[in-house]
Write a new protein. Structure first.
Length: 172
């Protein structure tokens, strides 16, 4: 007798817990039905959670909050009063230029302003309008180019420059 046969005369490789076709069909059926029942139960639990009943006012408010405007366009009036150089400095520039934060030249420090003044007004204005180093465009402000130019002249003149006040733009 061979070493692979068992006491019943069957091969060891053919021994399986499923011996009959009925057992196979039952196992396959349960393997499909049990997960489907579990998924259906989970869907039922999730969808049956207590939800408040919305009236028409709440529904309208919800819809309007979901379709609200993303942005807003605002036109500034052409008749607004332009800020002086000192007002621009106090509104936007003083935070860094009073203390010398982030390497900015301190207000009134002739030694710090001298090399910058040598580059000329146009270079200083370009740096102020478009940003340079740690300073953002317009120092992070929302000013007209004319106002920025007035601020540059104010700060540079306090640092030893003799720049003339820029001419006001022509009215449209």
């Amino acid at each position: 007798m061979s070493s692979t046969s068992n006491a019943n005369g069957h091969d060891a490789a053919s021994s399986s817990p499923i011996q009959k076709n009925k057992q196979l069909l039952l196992t396959v059926g349960l393997a499909f039905v049990i997960p489907v029942i579990m998924i259906a139960g989970l869907i039922g639990v999730v969808s049956s959670s207590s939800k408040p009943v919305a009236d028409s006012v709440d529904a309208e408010r919800g819809v309007s909050s979901r379709i609200q405007k993303v942005g807003l366009v605002e036109f500034q009036g052409g008749d607004r009063v332009m800020k002086t150089g000192e007002q621009v400095f106090n509104a936007q520039c003083h935070a860094c230029h009073l203390t010398g934060a982030a390497g900015s030249p301190k207000f009134g420090d002739a030694a710090a302003w001298a090399p910058r003044i040598k580059t000329g007004f146009d270079s200083l204005l370009n740096s102020a309008l478009h940003g340079k180093g740690n300073m953002g465009a317009q120092g992070g402000g929302d000013l007209s180019d004319y106002e920025v130019a007035r601020g540059v002249v104010y700060m540079a003149n306090k640092g030893g420059a003799k720049f003339e006040e820029p001419k006001a733009p022509a009215a449209k």
